[in-house]
Write a protein that binds this ligand. Sequence first.
Ligand code: AMP
Length: 307
Amino acid sequence: MSVLVVGSVALDSVETPFGKADNVVGGSGTFFSAAASLLAPVQLVGVVGDDYPLEQLEPLRQRGVDMAGLEQVAGESFRWRGRYRHDLNSAETLETHLGVFSHFSPKIPPQFRTAPFVFLANIDPRLQLDVLQQVERPKLVACDTMNFWIESRRPDILELIKHVDLITLNDGEARQLTDCYNLVKAARWIMERGPKLVIIKKGEHGAFMFRDRHVFFAPAYPLEDVFDPTGAGDSFAGGFMGYIAQTGDLSDANLRRAVVVGSAMGSFAVEKFSVQRLVEISKQDVESRVAEFRRLVAFEQEGALVS
Ligand code: AMP
């Protein structure tokens, strides 16, 4: 089954303690597509300007990303400039230029409207709402957002969450949106306003999935070398949604597996700049990393541990 994504298709300039990249392929829709396409067919909706190096998206097309919904119009592409200092968990945004996204009105091609799984990647929540008007009863709708939009378009985000099944946020964003420092309370605050499922990511400290009164936790893969954290969150979402689309199974056990696949995908994204690592890995690489996640948390219990 396919997954439809609308999100930013950007040119990123990123500085980390390990190096610098200028105007490389990035964006929430792009990272999501690079990760999800390893698992399921992806339909990408977004816009780029006439300055965008479309040929650099070719590896994604070859992976099965359908770009019939990616428009190219006159003007400048979305650009984001960010920096990570020694805390690789949080990006410092230096510049955001919406460019052609400021006048974008997503048009979902008719053949995409029946996609069973929809991901509203981080982008103006008014565009996320607009997409929801155009799709026909998906099985699962998920969304993401970030501090930039929580600050500037909070009422639209509150409207959006009434209409989604799942929201993914990092811990800082969850606290900012809800004004609750405690993440269990923050998740509950969100669930009371719409989503049945809330995933709160904590960077190198793993991710929580909340559903009703249940919580599931998956660690992050303890990588020795994190090169560039940009796109980890979108790649997590791509792994999660790609796995759900591949299996079509929304049971609790499968949602838990999807969190682990998402964590595995996020861990690959940060090994190189841009989508470089995501486009070179194979299904077998994902399979092996998921197996390592199992070993990471497994232990034997023989009788009572405390006596
Ligand atoms: P993350 O997965 O959270 O690290 O997302 C990183 C990506 O988000 C980068 O490739 C940026 O191009 C993109 N991005 C940054 N700011 C925004 C924004 N305000 N709206 C949409 N996308 C953004």
